[in-house]
Design a protein around this ligand. Structure first.
Ligand code: IMP
Length: 504
């Protein structure tokens, strides 16, 4: 007879944390959210840690290079989506790795023969008033001058005047060189009262522009996630169990810091074969996570197969219809609790700590704290990040509200058949995800900082100042259906109904 679990499986919404003793030094400013990303041996440090426990989902609507840069600035990490060509995924990785904080690749560029009319057109298109004039009109051509709104007077300058006649020419510009650091560039900007500083190579080719207006944001990222060698932002990428022999080398060559096998169900021989291939070709130098699983058996299988971390979660994602379509999955809280126990046992037995990632199903900010308290080392989110300016999808106006598009990897729109592959044809034969909208929420930075301040504050309520202490000392209680109603505002008439919704 089949094994039937006695207990139902639970989700985050059914739990609450019970406060612990809070000492006077236990304040949000003293809370560290640093957490291991990849496995490590007892007594050793993990090769990669995150400064905040958040990673973005391996999805077309979520993780591109723009979001990757924004999240690394805050201390987390994106896994660039794999449901695109190897070349374009590797290029996204390359763009994150080549991004130097504060060093902007010029996006508004002119040819010297362009006219004032072209300047106005470009300004309308990009919204930027500073433009580089290069010999070929490209972002990295030979720099001949700069045009800003101070170089022309709309009432006096004819629209067909050539840019070369009114630009500030190169010999009157103050510029930085390849070796100029950000602090040096900022000094040059301040000492010379500049609004921008072009950076050129020894042949006068434009590399970047540094803007005075970015000065504050350049200094504001104390938790940014940088690699050890070149101090570039860290970035991850998703791979599948089909084309890894081509995809992995291209991503490694592009400078990726960590990979994850992206699959709806990870307790399979395909994952072991993929991990074996990576170990055979790269040893431990390439870090790779695996998943997703929802029980101890699946965790142990992937840990034994050499995964650097294990992702947990089937069917709980906001756009996911796997449970409806196939009847597989498990309540996310129960899955995390069981896998966390298995991780701790594995650590006791082998001395190897394999971090686990709770993937999907976060609806409220406090669910993040619950996931960590239940034993997750970090959390993967899709819907949460899809709402921000930096996600790749379109912002649209619906019924007077701004929304962002958000679609599942198993939807007909993404056609990521490799993620749902159980060894059949190279196609998606039925959908496991939907195409949807989520409310637009503004910048990643503002939202992530708000979520983290809630996590830190709750951790102080529990009397803990780091994630390990939270995992070891938190006390959680299941709540009844009636007390869930009591958890929101109740028995009052709200003056502002927006406040009723604490949804992120
Ligand atoms: P969310 O944060 O609740 O939106 O969940 C995001 C997670 O859902 C991703 O990290 C994936 O694990 C999972 N996912 C992505 N696309 C699909 C899909 O089409 N069907 C089912 N699960 C998906």
């Amino acid at each position: 007879m089949a094994l039937i679990y006695d207990e139902p499986s639970h989700t985050f919404n059914e739990y609450l944390l019970i406060p612990g003793y809070t000492s006077a030094d236990c304040v949000p400013a003293n809370v560290s959210l640093k957490t291991p990303l990849v496995k490590f041996k007892k007594g050793e440090e993990p090769a990669i840690s995150l400064n905040i426990p958040l990673v973005s989902a391996v999805m077309q609507a979520v993780s591109n290079d723009t979001l990757g840069i924004a999240l690394a600035k805050e201390g987390g990490l994106s896994f660039i989506f794999g449901s695109q060509s190897i070349e374009s995924q590797a290029n996204m990785v390359r763009r994150v790795k080549n991004h130097k904080a504060g060093f902007v690749i010029s996006d508004s560029n002119l040819h010297p023969d362009n006219t004032l009319a072209d300047v106005l057109e470009l300004r309308k298109k990009t919204g930027h008033s500073t433009m580089a004039v290069t010999d070929d009109g490209s972002p990295n051509g030979k720099l001949l001058g700069i045009v800003t709104s101070r170089d022309y007077r709309l009432s006096r300058t004819a629209r067909d005047t050539k840019v070369s006649e009114f630009m500030t020419p190169f010999d009157q510009l103050i510029v930085g060189t390849e070796n100029t650091t950000l602090p040096e560039a900022n000094d040059l900007i301040w000492d010379n009262k500049l609004n921008q500083l072009p950076i050129v190579d020894k042949d006068q080719h434009l590399l970047y522009i540094i803007f005075r207006k970015d000065y504050d944001s350049n200094k504001e990222n104390p938790l940014e996630l940088l690699d050890d060698n070149s101090k570039r932002y860290m970035v991850g990428a998703g791979i599948n169990t089909r084309d890894y022999a081509e995809r992995v080398p291209a991503l490694v060559e592009a400078g990726v810091d960590v990979l994850t096998i992206d699959s709806s169900e990870g307790y399979t021989e395909w994952q072991k074969i993929t991990l074996d291939w990576i170990r055979e070709h790269y040893g431990d130098s390439v870090k790779v996570g695996a998943g997703n699983v929802v029980d101890a058996e699946g965790f142990r299988f992937l840990a034994d197969a050499g995964a650097d971390f294990v992702k947990v979660g089937i069917g709980g994602g906001s756009i996911c219809i796997t449970r409806e379509q196939k009847g597989i999955g498990r309540g996310q809280a129960t899955a995390v609790i069981e896998v966390a126990k298995a991780r701790d046992e594995y650590y006791k037995e082998t001395g190897i700590y394999v971090p686990i990632c709770s993937d999907g199903g976060i609806v409220y900010d406090y669910h993040m704290t619950l996931a960590l308290a239940m034993g997750a080392d970090f959390i993967m989110l899709g819907r949460y990040f899809a709402r921000f300016d930096e996600s790749p999808s379109n912002r649209v106006r619906i019924g007077g509200n701004y929304m962002k598009e958000y679609w599942g990897e198993g939807s007909a729109r993404a056609r990521n058949w490799q993620r749902y592959d159980m060894g059949g044809d190279s196609k998606l034969s039925f959908e496991e995800g939907v195409d949807s909208y989520v409310p637009y929420a503004g910048s990643l930075k503002d939202n992530v900082q708000l979520s983290l301040s809630k996590i830190r504050s709750t951790m102080c309520n529990c009397g803990v100042m780091n994630i390990k202490d939270l995992q070891e000392n938190a006390r959680l209680t299941l709540v009844s259906a009636t007390s869930i109603v009591e958890g929101g505002a109740h028995d009052v008439t709200l003056r502002n109904s927006d406040l009723n919704s604490n949804h992120m």
